[in-house]
Design a protein around this ligand. Sequence first.
Ligand SMILES: Nc1ncnc2c1ncn2[C@@H]1O[C@H](COP(=O)(O)OP(=O)(O)O)[C@@H](O)[C@H]1O
Ligand SMILES: [Mg+2]
Length: 251
Amino acid sequence: MNNEFQLEMKNIRKSYGNIKSLRGVDLQIKPGEVLGLVGDNGAGKSTLMKVLSGVVIPDEGEFYYEGKKVKVDSPRTAKNLHIETVFQDLSLCDTLSVANNMFLGREPTKFVGGIIDQKVLHAKSREQLNRLGIDISSTRLAVENMSGGQRQAVAIARAMLFQPKVLILDEPTAALGVKEVDMVLKLIKNVKEKGVSVVLITHRLQDLFEVCDRIMVLNEGKCIDDRPMDQYTLETLIKSIMGSPERTNAS
Ligand SMILES: Nc1ncnc2c1ncn2[C@@H]1O[C@H](COP(=O)(O)OP(=O)(O)O)[C@@H](O)[C@H]1O
Ligand SMILES: [Mg+2]
């Protein structure tokens, strides 16, 4: 297999009873590439993302990671391959602080008694926020008091602590205000700068033009278009999503 790719999926098929959610999808992503994944409701985006994160096991299909054939048959396997996912619900604990959310379940402890070392916890969280250019005044704030954009940023910062090679983001800018959207898009660019491959699922087409290197369009469980960003216009992208890719306009 081609090892210029961080990750490759081949001929992914998944049915639920009579419903063919994925009908032979191929996906490739290079290191540091931002791939936009779009398609109408029911196109198969979430199913494909779940296959990629080991949550759904496909009926058929192959995975290659850095050129080597691998199995992704559980969320644990995906994590071991450094594939991290920020699901739409973000999985944050509202009442806990930024730092506690970022290190949930693997807090730094002091030697004696395994007590959480709060000083180290907050210092490491601060370091991580700074590294990603995330503007949050205190790591002691409870996430329930934060804006949607800040919560998204905390969830991404948490995922980045696992040092992913592939980061999957599901609708990270849905329901955010303009300034907040800009903040999250800037964060995605920072993640890309670190060499991480990003799969971005979004309904906000203007976001794709801001951050993507490539866009893949799914339609009824099939990939019907996959081109570098600069070969799309908003118009041709919309046509593609509606099921009639217009390749003649793009050259
Ligand atoms: N767990 C499931 N059980 C039955 N059908 C499902 C399940 N998950 C997805 N589907 C079906 O698969 C198709 C693709 O769904 P989905 O991947 O959620 O699309 P998208 O995220 O692009 O809107 C839809 O027809 C959907 O109803
Ligand atoms: Mg979906």
